[in-house]
Design a protein around this ligand. Structure first.
Ligand code: NAI
Length: 441
């Protein structure tokens, strides 16, 4: 693609952007613009290869799920039964709600045909005739642009029956959520799509065995489907040639907090934090003490030269005691209280708990939120942090879905890395932060 697509970045980067190549171009969301950029060539190659070879191609590319968990995409696709005679579904998880994560919204609002093509490729490979995009309710523009693009694609014979003479029938519906974080959990998402309350289901069975309406289903993130589009267009080797040995391809990294140029940057997996923060985002605007590496559910990392040199890939971040997550990097400045920042995260999880299981409902929403409030309001007592740790021990690993575990990420890591701030809070010395600055409690 480097020959066809000029390198647009200010830095003479090794790789041209692909996922975000159209973002910011005039009328980039229209079929005309998408076709001018070489759109719908990936799906044509898929039709030429045949469905099984498409799955092999995605496997060979090394693509891993970009929603946060990093599960091997080709392997997930291969779990779908081949000739069971039942309807199959592909679902795009577009319920992007992880704090610090804002990459999928622009993929959908600026380049919706890229997602449609990725879902067509997935649908073809996995023998699905129906796709759903479950989109976060607040993403109004993205939902409107997606619908408009679907109508354009239908009118052009790219969705519907016998697409491009391939014999493949496929259509897509967009379903807007109503603002609940839990709907991004794949089994809660399917319940919501079925019109039920969005409580998670037990796994296994995984969705390929029993998914939407109990039928074989595969759920992938927006960025994952978009990456599949380019893998089919340019080939598995092209994709496998970027990134690290086990973390392949380009990734949409997001950066927020006190930096000169917050935003979304498309960089190869394995790019060090230092390059994202300094070269691309213009460097910290004030002293920083911690990094959230990939959305709030990841363990915090303490700001240090060694962390700045850590490559942002699945393995390196696991080795550093955290995870790549969604690639949503947030910097926490020195000037804010880590206890207050963590209270904010805990309140978020408490509010978003679906209430189905006791450790999450009573442990986070009921108890932990109150413990943090006590500390932050200056009423801390000796032993409060130990009590929070004891509660965390009874919540983490004991809840029905990953939401409670996710909340334990910032709780446990902030206590481990910034114990002195918790000790001060126990002495009633915590100062709340207002608009990011210290003020007296
Ligand atoms: P998970 O590891 O349970 O599953 C990941 C995917 O792999 C799922 O689709 C699952 O069905 C599949 N899978 C895993 N093991 C399997 C097996 N043995 N057989 C068949 N399929 C299998 O992770 P989960 O709970 O789906 O996602 C957690 C991640 O979500 C976190 O790492 C977090 O970063 C991310 N996240 C992203 C958000 C966003 O807005 N993008 C919001 C919240 C969390």
């Amino acid at each position: 693609p480097t020959a066809e697509k000029p390198i647009t970045s200010a830095l003479d980067h090794r790789f041209a952007p692909t996922l975000y190549a159209q973002v910011g171009q005039p009328q980039s969301w229209t079929l005309d613009a998408y076709r001018r950029g070489g759109g719908y060539q990936g799906v044509q190659r898929a039709f030429a290869l045949g469905p099984d070879a498409v799955i092999e191609e995605v496997k060979k590319s090394g693509l891993r799920g970009r929603g946060g968990a990093g599960f091997a995409t080709g392997l997930k696709w291969s779990f779908m039964p081949l000739n069971d005679g039942k309807p199959h579904y592909v679902i795009c998880n577009a319920d992007e709600s992880e704090p610090g994560t804002f990459k999928d919204r622009y993929l959908m609002s600026e380049d919706p045909h890229q997602l449609i093509e990725g879902m067509m490729i997935g649908g073809y490979a996995m023998r699905a005739a129906q796709g759903y995009v479950y989109i976060r309710g607040e993403y109004v523009l993205a939902a409107e642009r997606l619908w408009a693009a679907i109508h354009e694609a239908r009118a052009a014979g790219l969705l519907g029956e016998n697409i491009l003479g391939s014999g493949f029938d496929f259509d897509i519906q967009v379903h807007r959520g109503a603002g609940a974080y839990i709907c991004g959990e794949e089994t809660a998402l399917m319940n919501s799509l079925e019109g039920l309350r969005a409580n998670p289901r037990l796994k296994p069975p995984f969705p390929a065995a029993a998914g939407l309406y109990g039928l074989p289903t595969t759920i992938n993130n927006v960025e994952t489907f978009c990456a599949a589009t380019h893998i089919l267009k340019y080939g598995a080797e092209w994709h496998a040639g970027m990134g690290t040995e086990r973390s392949k391809g380009m990734k949409l990294f997001q950066i927020s907090g006190p930096v000169a140029r917050p935003g979304v940057y498309e960089l190869p997996l394995g790019t060090p934090f230092r390059e994202l923060i300094y070269d691309w985002a213009g460097g910290p605007a004030e002293p920083v003490k911690a990094i959230i590496p990939g959305g709030i559910s990841c363990q915090l990392l303490k700001w240090s030269e060694a962390i700045l040199d850590t490559p942002m890939d699945y393995e390196s971040l696991a080795a550093a005691g955290s995870s790549l997550g969604t690639g949503g990097v947030t910097l926490i400045p020195e000037s804010v209280s880590i206890v207050d920042t963590t209270w904010n995260a805990v309140r978020f999880y408490g509010h978003e708990s679906c209430g189905k299981c006791t450790p999450c409902r009573e442990g986070i929403s009921g108890w932990m939120v109150k413990m943090y409030e006590k500390l932050v309001r200056g009423h801390g007592q000796p032993g409060d942090t130990a009590l929070i740790l004891d509660m965390a021990d009874n919540i983490g690993g004991r809840s029905f879905c990953a939401l409670a575990d996710a909340c334990m990420g910032p709780v446990l890591s902030s206590i481990k890395l910034f114990r002195e701030e918790y000790d001060a809070a126990e002495r009633g010395e915590v100062r709340r932060t207002l608009a990011g600055r210290w003020r007296d409690a």
